[in-house]
Design a protein around this ligand. Structure first.
Ligand SMILES: NC(=O)c1ccc[n+]([C@@H]2O[C@H](COP(=O)([O-])OP(=O)(O)OC[C@H]3O[C@@H](n4cnc5c(N)ncnc54)[C@H](O)[C@@H]3O)[C@@H](O)[C@H]2O)c1
Length: 255
């Protein structure tokens, strides 16, 4: 049987360790027949080292998703490896320390702006940078953490995710006519580098493990990655502007 992504060409952002959600997406995508190009931010040699752990080593392009020059040149740099993109994964979030961990009322605008630029606007920016390479039927996928509630310590990242969820709906609106879908996976808490850098993140972990009807494993990255792969496949052809929860059912349950 052919893989779910047989013959598809994907751009995967957000790999920094082999615990990154993006790493699991890249691995599963290759296992399902896709050709994967990675982007890396900052420590490129580290990302290149991680890329060697994939079933097939993937090329790594430098991308700071807040840098207009790097975004402008992205399509040409991608073309050196693949002649189009059927799927693009946005797995990018960053907030300065002041914007997380209980400093909601005191974080300065400059830091909040940095968080929103890297975590929210970057989804639109990445979509626009990749659009020239994306044929009808292609798919953008991003990752959110349920932004319908005010969580402990998540603070301005929660606001950034609310913006990301809205951005996803606008991308669906603006790119739908081109046949490009935009969807998010809303994952429960996972112990990646991004999560570990949030002071007090354990507060989420407790709640999830005890309340999710299916239970929740904080170290199991693959369920969220599988949903990303499924959304990039041809099996969600009429779904866009959607948020698929991969959270053990937590969002559906009251206290
Ligand atoms: N871990 C969780 O509990 C959880 C839950 C829900 C959603 N998410 C989301 O999943 C996505 C991936 O995070 P992760 O948990 O795999 O952590 P991670 O630390 O492995 O990945 C975050 C990535 O963002 C990249 N990044 C930061 N600033 C960037 C910039 N300016 N340009 C390009 N890349 C940049 C980092 O290099 C890193 O690769 C994020 O959007 C995160 O908010 C994570």
């Amino acid at each position: 049987m052919a893989g779910l992504l047989q013959g598809k060409r994907l751009l995967v952002t957000g790999v920094i360790t082999d615990q990154s959600i993006a790493f699991s997406v890249a691995r599963l995508a290759q296992e399902q027949g896709a050709t994967v190009v990675l982007t890396g931010y900052g420590r490129l040699s580290l990302v290149e080292r991680i890329a060697k752990r994939l079933p097939q080593e993937a090329p790594v392009l430098e991308l700071d998703a807040t840098d207009p020059a790097q975004l402008d040149s992205l399509a040409d740099r991608v073309r050196e490896h693949v002649d189009g993109l059927d799927g693009v994964l946005h797995a990018i979030a960053f907030g300065p320390q002041s914007t997380l961990g209980g400093g909601f009322l005191t974080a300065p605008w400059e830091d909040v702006a940095t968080a929103l630029h890297a975590s929210t606007f970057s989804y639109k920016a990445l979509a626009v940078a990749c659009e020239p390479l994306m044929p009808a039927g292609s798919s953008l996928v991003g990752l959110t953490f349920d932004a319908t509630q005010a969580w402990p310590v998540y603070d301005w990242m929660g606001v950034a995710k609310a913006g990301l969820e809205s951005t996803n709906r606008y991308l669906a609106r603006y790119l739908g006519a081109r046949g490009i879908r935009a969807n998010l996976v809303s994952a429960g808490p996972l112990r990646t580098m991004a999560a570990k850098s949030i002071p007090g993140f354990e507060a989420f972990e407790e709640a999830w493990v005890h309340r999710a009807p299916l239970g929740w494993d904080l170290t199991a990255i693959e369920p969220a990655a599988r949903a990303c792969v499924a959304l990039m496949s041809d099996w969600f052809p009429a779904t866009t502007g959607e948020i698929v929860h991969v959270d053990g059912g937590f969002h559906a349950i009251g206290a």
